[in-house]
Every structure is written in structure tokens, then in C-alpha cells.
Design a binder for this molecule. Structure first.
Ligand SMILES: Cc1ncc(COP(=O)(O)O)c(C=O)c1O
Length: 383
């Protein structure tokens, strides 16, 4: 009975409630500005990019055709037009040739997403963006380094999220980083936080409930509850640029320290898939030469047979597997009407959505969980 209820979450670590004042050197050599979320931080960078290329009547922002709907919310808030770029085949990275064809005088920015932590080909994108005076925004909501911070991030602006399901989860907040003092001064101000006792108590209560909810029994019960729709991909417009709460900011240093010392099972998946049938599974971190000394938020693989992907997802869901957004951005409800009409056909992005499977890498993945995950995967290796 208990085993029927138990379910491993796809992502998310325990949040330390130890308060510490934020160390100014924490993000050295970057300047930093905090906002209420990753989406607000991204919107702020797009507003700065528009200021950097003034006089454009309908500014455009290039964004990968498969990704988080919040990318579109940020672009719309900043009063720009989203333009979708195709992905390389079997990859979350931007198709460079397609980007070169898309970019034009109206393009103010390109958003390079670090999907699960895997970097974009920043140098190649940068060369093209600079020819058109466009800003390169590196969206690192899903990627956070454990060492070599300065070389990990390369964009003109870097966007971070401290929201639920992100590497450094504080249940909310976001940041913009940049090496350039002029760029940090172009970012819009955030609305001041109403720092009331009520907000403080609400935040502490949310932390307490979150730390309870990630336990497999609690998580299993929550996901079975009707109407909660946890993990469903929907488009939510951004309403304002808030400031990151003082309560969440005070947890940044202690949680960063824990994050840096966490054990991540990604190397075990990496070795396992190296010996797996390559006709069935495309081991993305291996194929994209990912630096395995840096963490992956989730372990991504491509399952080439779509019916097997769906079967594996169903079998591995209780062990924290996920199929992420399931559709490219142009097929997500309420986003289609925000796009140019020709932005409805990106076959690589669409195939990636149908074939992606991610496995959990968080602290709650036990040895027994890993053995169960591998045993299920092995069953399909024989078919
Ligand atoms: C790549 C990416 N960018 C931005 C965001 C938005 O971050 P937040 O949830 O903090 O608004 C997300 C959230 O899932 C994301 O995955």
C-alpha cells in the first residue's frame, strides 16, 4: 500500500532555513540585480536590450522553439515580439544556420537557454548576434555551477531563477548577472517589497510545507490529489517586476554552500547509458560533451522510439522521470496567438518534445531508486 502511494519527485532538494546575510563576493566577478522571479529577471534583461538598440518599432527577441513558456511571458512583458528558432536535430541547442537566417535589424536579443545545465554554443551565437547589435541573454534558470563560476557564464546578461524546481531553490526569486557595469545600470528597477510580518510568516510556512511535501509519501499523495495539476505546462503572463523577498535572499548563502557539496548521481546514469543500446537511447550529456564535473538539474536522454519513450515515461514516473514540456512552444495553448503566423513548424523541436525523457538527479534519489530505474531501463534494452 505504502509503495503504491510513494512517488519520487522529478526535481527539488530540501531547502535549508538557515539565514545569513548575503556575501557581496558570492557572484564575483559579476554585478548582480535581484528580482522576484526568473521570468521577471529575464523581462528586465530584454527591456535593457531594447534600450541598447533604440528606435526599433517592433523589437524582436529570438528564443528556442522548445522551452519554458515563461520565456514568452518575459518577452511579452518587455513589449517585444517572440521569434522561434529551430533546434539542432536531437539536441536542445539552437540551430545556428536557422538563427543566422532569422536575425535581422529588428532583433534586439537572443535568449540562449542552458537546458538542464547543458550550455549553448555561446561563441557562435555571439558572433552572429554582434553583427546585428543584438544582446545575448544566457538563461541559466536551470543551470548553476559548483565551481568556475566566472567561466561557466558567458552571456552579456545571465538570468538565474531561485524558484521551485531550480538548482538553487528558495521558493522564489531571480537574478540578473553581468560583468559590465553599464549593462547593470540599464536594468529597470524592481517594485519594492512590502516587507510585512504577514509576508515573513507566509514564507516560513511555505518553506515548512515544501520541505515536508518532497518526501515520497507526501509527494505521492499530493500528485494523486485531484485538481492540483502539479508539473503541467501552462502559459502564465508576467504582471510586474517585483523585488526578490528579503526572506528568500537571506537563505541564498547557506543553500549555495549546501548545493556545492551535494552528491549528484548523474555520473552513474552517464556510465549506464554509455553501455546502452545506441539505436534506442541517445545519451545527450555524452553526445554534447557535457562537462560532468558541473551538475545537471535532470539527466536528459532521447528515446528514439516514441512509443517506447511513452512506455518508459509511464513506468519511470514513480521514480522521478519526466517528459518536460511535451510540446514545442507554438503548440502550447495561448502562446500560439502571440507568435507570427509562420512560427508554427519546427520539426526538430517538435521531435525533441516527443522523444525527451529526463531522470532525477536530486538528493532524494536513493541507491534503491537507482537500481529500480536501471532495472526498468534494462527491460527495454532487450526488446
Ligand atoms: C529556462 C527557464 N527560464 C526561466 C524560467 C522562469 O523562472 P521562474 O519560475 O523563477 O519565473 C524557467 C522556469 O521554469 C526556466 O526553466
Amino acid at each position: 500500500m505504502i509503495d503504491y502511494i510513494k512517488k519520487l519527485r522529478p526535481v527539488g532538494n530540501t531547502i535549508s532555513t538557515k539565514e545569513q546575510s548575503i556575501d557581496k563576493q558570492l557572484f564575483h566577478p559579476f554585478h548582480i540585480q535581484l528580482y522576484s522571479s526568473g521570468t521577471a529577471s529575464l523581462a528586465a534583461t530584454i527591456m535593457a536590450a531594447i534600450k541598447l538598440k533604440p528606435g526599433i518599432s517592433n523589437p524582436e527577441v529570438v528564443v528556442p522553439a522548445y522551452g519554458c513558456p515563461d520565456l514568452i511571458s518575459a518577452i511579452i512583458y518587455a513589449k517585444a515580439i517572440p521569434v522561434l528558432v529551430e533546434l539542432e536535430p536531437d539536441s536542445p541547442q539552437i540551430d545556428i544556420k536557422h538563427f543566422e537566417n532569422l536575425i535581422n535589424d529588428k532583433t534586439v536579443a537572443v535568449i540562449a537557454v542552458r537546458f538542464f545545465g547543458i550550455p549553448e554554443r555561446i561563441e557562435a551565437l555571439y558572433q552572429i548576434a554582434k553583427k546585428h547589435n543584438a544582446t545575448l541573454i544566457e538563461d541559466s534558470a536551470q543551470g548553476f555551477p559548483v565551481h568556475n563560476m566566472a567561466s561557466y557564464w558567458q552571456g552579456d546578461f545571465v538570468v538565474l531563477s531561485f524558484g521551485r524546481g531550480k538548482p538553487l531553490n528558495l521558493l522564489g526569486g531571480g537574478a540578473v548577472l553581468t560583468r559590465n557595469k553599464t549593462l547593470i545600470n540599464l536594468l529597470p528597477d524592481a517594485l519594492p517589497e512590502k516587507n510585512s510580518l504577514k509576508n515573513y510568516i507566509k514564507y516560513k510556512l511555505k518553506l515548512f510545507l515544501y520541505n515536508l511535501s518532497i518526501h515520497p509519501i507526501a509527494y505521492g499523495l499530493i500528485t494523486k490529489a485531484p485538481g492540483l495539476n502539479i508539473g503541467v505546462t501552462v502559459y502564465k503572463p508576467l504582471n510586474n517586476l517585483g523585488r526578490m523577498s528579503v526572506c528568500a535572499t537571506q537563505l541564498l548563502s547557506s543553500n549555495l554552500n549546501i548545493y556545492r557539496n551535494r552528491i549528484n548521481p548523474q555520473k552513474e546514469y552517464f556510465e549506464f547509458f554509455k553501455k546502452y543500446n545506441p539505436e534506442l537511447v541517445y545519451n545527450l550529456p555524452e553526445k554534447l560533451s557535457y562537462d560532468m564535473s558541473q551538475p545537471l538539474l535532470r539527466y536528459p536522454v532521447i528515446i528514439r522510439n516514441e512509443s517506447i519513450r511513452d512506455q518508459l515515461y509511464k513506468r519511470l514516473k514513480p521514480y522521478g522521470a519526466s517528459a518536460m514540456y511535451k510540446k514545442p512552444l507554438y503548440k502550447i495553448e495561448n502562446i500560439d496567438r502571440l507568435l507570427n503566423q509562420q512560427d508554427n513548424n519546427h520539426p526538430n523541436a517538435s521531435k525533441f518534445a516527443r522523444q525527451l525523457l529526463t531522470l532525477p538527479t536530486h538528493e532524494g534519489v536513493s541507491r534503491k531508486n537507482l537500481q529500480s530505474i536501471k532495472a526498468i531501463l534494462k527491460e527495454f534494452n532487450r526488446q
